[in-house]
Each structure stands twice: as structure tokens, then as C-alpha cells.
Design a protein around this ligand. Structure first.
Ligand code: AMP
Ligand code: GLY
Length: 428
């Protein structure tokens, strides 16, 4: 089959890399792709927001399966537009993508179908929102979380430890800092525990949990500094024990599937639930309607199965019975970022050592890279995801950092403690 992957990040590189190994896949295109993806797929210069052009391309080239990577085109209706041309699409339609596109919609869905989550309320005006924050602190809350309702490129959430910063952020939202995404604000209880990411494939009839993984959201070692898109991930996540898996299946995934059916939401793709786990009890922080990045990198490196078949069967509503197996070897993926990320960063610097890293046995996924004068340069905040497997998590960590240490570009940096949390749990 011929596959078109939409997107240009580390997630899409990991998808393209795995699809290329699929016996069922004869050709992979990526729109628009990046400098690393260009080695594994034919890149096509169409933006992720050019929905009709993407659909035209898919039709002209007789694409059998379109895989939509990021949330923005899904929320804009990419899956609906391309499906309308009779092409199989992996990715939910716009109505279901609202589970990521509107935090209020997601919260209401969770409430309606009994999915455990933080207590919270939605507001469309500043005064009642501020009154709610005041009443929560008056009740003795140790903190509070303020979220712009809509998509805000990962910047629309503040985990506030004091009332003042919660109020300021609420004011920013209602003052238009996030445009329409902040016209509504969800304020919720601060959950404590350990965060983990659950990815599950669903075709609306069946839901299949994938291998567990954990991201590192903060920019600096020891979970310090501001939140980012993710600085590194590993799979499996030892915090997700068999008991926790059972709870996730029974308390989150099954009710999620019931909700999809009851609401008649067309969901053929992946659910990525961000969870907080405390004392073995999982609660949902957020739903996303796409693969987590970098989580998908170590997860796909452990997948033993034909990704082309798996995604096509999901897109066609034939997921039940599809074989999906995992390597026992853990995998760690370390993100290398541009100096200054997640704030302003400089780009256009040549990246050295990519081949040396590959010789160390790592697979280097490209996120923000481009070609300049025939060389590969950094072009985004997150630049590379350096992934390595090992007999145990400790070895995987050592293998990943050995490869990371071969790569340099001006200003480039990474966290040095990716995977350390897994060791703390006694992960092997
Ligand atoms: P979200 O986009 O809703 O996942 O929020 C981004 C990040 O904020 C999450 O990955 C968590 O680290 C944090 N977060 C969100 N909601 C909560 C909550 N209720 N309690 C504690 N942390 C949260
Ligand atoms: N790594 C978190 C995300 O993809 O949103």
C-alpha cells in the first residue's frame, strides 16, 4: 500500500521509520516532513493546514492510507476532508478531535461517562473564575491548575502553586493571550502523583492499549523549569504495574469507548491519555487525539508487528484481532533541543555527528531539522530524539547517552536524567 503521513516532527519521523519496515507498505510520503524524514520517505511540500491540497495529493497518487500526525489538522477536520474522497484515514474526525481541542468538552465527556479526572469547572468570564480560585484557596487548596480551553501549542496550562499566579494567568487568558483558545478557561484541582502517558488504538468498536511510556515535560534535570512539549521518554513505564493497567482498562478505556458510541463520535485513530497516578490510582489529566511525542518514539521502537497493517485496520474499523506484540527490551529516547527552548531559540546551526550516533546503534528521529546549503541544521525548538534500546533500562539509558554525546550543534542541549525515574521504581 501507499501511505501519506501528515506532519513534520519527531512523531512523524518515528511513524515513517516504522512504516518503512512494514511488508505491506510499498511507498511512504510525508507532508511536509523534515531533513531526517527525507531519508525515509518522499517529502511533499504541502502544509499540515492545507487540507484540500492534502486530499488532492492523496487522491492523485492513489494513496491507500493517510496518517494524520498532529492535533491541529485533526481539529480542523483533516480526517473528514480526506475520508470524503474515499481514502482510509488514521485519525479521528473533527467532532471527536474536540476531546483534545476543547478541555471543557473533554471534561464534560469524562463526567458523563464516569472517567476519573481532576474536579474542575469551566468559565467564560474572568470575575466568576477569580471567585472560584479564591474559594478553592480559602478551602485550603495547595495549588490550582488553570487551562485555556482550546489548542494553545502546549502553552495554555498553568500549574499554579499560589493564588496570585493563578489569577494572573486567568487574566492573561481572558485578555486574549491565547486568542480564541483562551476565551473559555477550565480551572481544576491540582493532582499529585506521577505522570504517565497511555496510548491506545481504537476504531470505535475495539480499544487496544499500547506499551506504556513516560515523558519528561520540564526543560531541566530533576523536573525543573518550565513545561515543554517533552524532553525525553522511555518505555515501558514501571509506574504502570499490572494492577494499574487493569484500572486503566476498566476505569478509563472501556468507559471512553462507551462514550464514543453513545455520542456517535467517529474515532479511528489513537487516544493518548495523560494520566496522573497516585497510590496506584490513575486519573486523566487530558485527552489527546494523536500520538504523544516523544512517547511514540520508544513505543514504536519496541513494536513487533506490521505498523502499516495495524494503522490500516484501525482506519477501516477492523482493529479487533490485529496482532500487536512488544519487545522485552526497554527503549529510551532523549530529546536534543535548541539553546533557549522552550523560549526563543536560535536556529540554522549545522548538526554534526548524526552518523556517529547511528554507529552507536541509536535511531535518531528528527523533529526540528532542515537542509541549508546541503547540510542538516536545527530549525525548531525540539531538534532530535535520540533513541536506544538495551537489555534493561540502565543499559538503554547508557546506550542513548553514548549516542547523544556524538551529536553537537551550537546551543544544543538535553536533559541528562531521562529514564532515571524508571530506575527509581526498580525498573529493569
Ligand atoms: P494538559 O495540557 O492538560 O495535559 O496540561 C499540561 C501539563 O500540566 C500536564 O502534562 C501536567 O503536567 C500538568 N497538569 C495538567 N492538569 C493537571 C492537574 N489537574 N494537576 C496537576 N498537574 C496538571
Ligand atoms: N509529550 C507530550 C505530548 O505529545 O503532548
Amino acid at each position: 500500500m501507499k501511505v501519506l503521513v501528515i506532519g513534520s516532527g519527531g512523531r512523524e519521523h518515528a511513524l515513517v521509520w516504522k512504516l518503512r519496515q512494514s511488508a505491506a507498505v510499498e511507498k511512504v510520503y510525508c507532508a511536509p516532513g523534515n531533513a531526517g524524514i527525507a531519508a525515509d520517505a518522499e517529502c511533499v511540500a504541502i502544509g499540515v493546514d492545507e487540507l484540500e491540497k492534502l486530499a488532492d495529493f492523496a487522491q492523485d497518487r492513489q494513496i491507500d492510507l493517510v496518517v494524520v500526525g498532529p492535533e491541529a489538522p485533526l481539529c480542523a477536520g483533516a480526517a473528514d476532508v480526506i475520508r470524503a474522497r474515499g481514502i482510509a484515514v488514521f485519525g479521528p474526525g473533527a467532532a471527536a478531535a474536540k476531546l483534545e481541542g476543547s478541555k471543557e468538552f473533554a471534561k464534560e465527556f469524562m463526567r458523563k461517562y464516569g472517567i476519573p479526572t481532576a474536579r474542575g469547572e469551566a468559565f467564560t468570564a474572568e470575575v466568576p473564575a477569580l471567585a472560584y480560585i479564591a474559594s478553592e484557596f480559602a478551602r485550603g487548596a495547595k495549588g490550582i491548575v488553570v487551562k485555556a480551553d482550546g489548542l494553545a501549542a502546549g502553552k495554555g496550562v498553568l500549574v499554579a502553586e499560589d493564588r496570585r499566579s493563578a489569577e494572573e494567568f486567568t487574566h492573561e487568558c481572558f485578555s486574549g493571550a491565547f486568542g480564541a483558545a483562551g476565551a473559555k478557561v477550565v480551572i481544576e484541582e491540582l493532582l499529585t502523583g506521577e505522570e504517565t502517558s497511555v496510548l491506545a488504538l481504537t476504531d470505535g468498536k475495539t480499544i487496544v492499549r499500547l506499551a506504556s511510556s513516560q515523558d519528561h515535560k520540564r526543560v531541566f534535570d530533576g523536573d525543573k523549569g518550565p513545561n515543554t512539549g517533552g524532553m525525553g521518554a522511555y518505555s515501558p513505564a514501571p509506574v504502570v504495574t499490572c494492577e494499574v493497567e487493569k484500572r486503566i482498562d476498566e476505569e478509563i478505556l472501556k468507559p471512553f469507548l462507551r462514550g464514543l458510541a453513545a455520542e456517535k463520535l467517529d474515532y479511528r485513530g489513537v487516544l493518548f491519555a495523560g494520566l496522573m497516578i497516585e497510590n496506584g490510582i490513575p486519573k486523566v489529566l487530558e485527552f489527546n487525539v494523536r500520538f504523544g511525542d516523544p512517547e511514540v518514539q520508544p513505543v514504536l521502537r519496541r513494536l513487533e508487528g506490521d505498523l502499516g497493517e495495524i494503522l490500516l485496520r484501525t482506519a477501516r474499523g477492523e482493529l479487533a484481532g490485529t496482532p500487536i506484540a512488544w519487545s522485552d527490551e526497554p527503549c529510551v529516547s532523549v530529546v536534543m533541543a535548541s539553546g533557549g527552548y522552550p523560549g526563543k531559540y536560535a536556529k540554522g546551526f549545522p548538526i554534526e555527528g548524526l552518523e556517529a550516533a547511528a554507529r552507536e546503534g541509536a535511531v535518531v528521529f528528527h523533529a526540528g531539522t532542515a537542509f541549508k546549503d546541503g547540510r542538516i541544521v536545527n530549525s525548531g525548538g525540539r531538534v532530535l530524539g535520540v533513541s536506544a534500546r538495551g537489555a534493561d533500562i540502565k543499559t538503554a539509558i547508557a546506550n542513548a547517552y553514548r549516542a547523544v554525546d556524538k551529536i553537537t550543534f551550537e546551543g544544543g542541549f538535553c536533559r541528562r536524567d531521562i529514564g532515571a525515574k524508571a530506575l527509581k521504581h526498580g525498573g529493569k
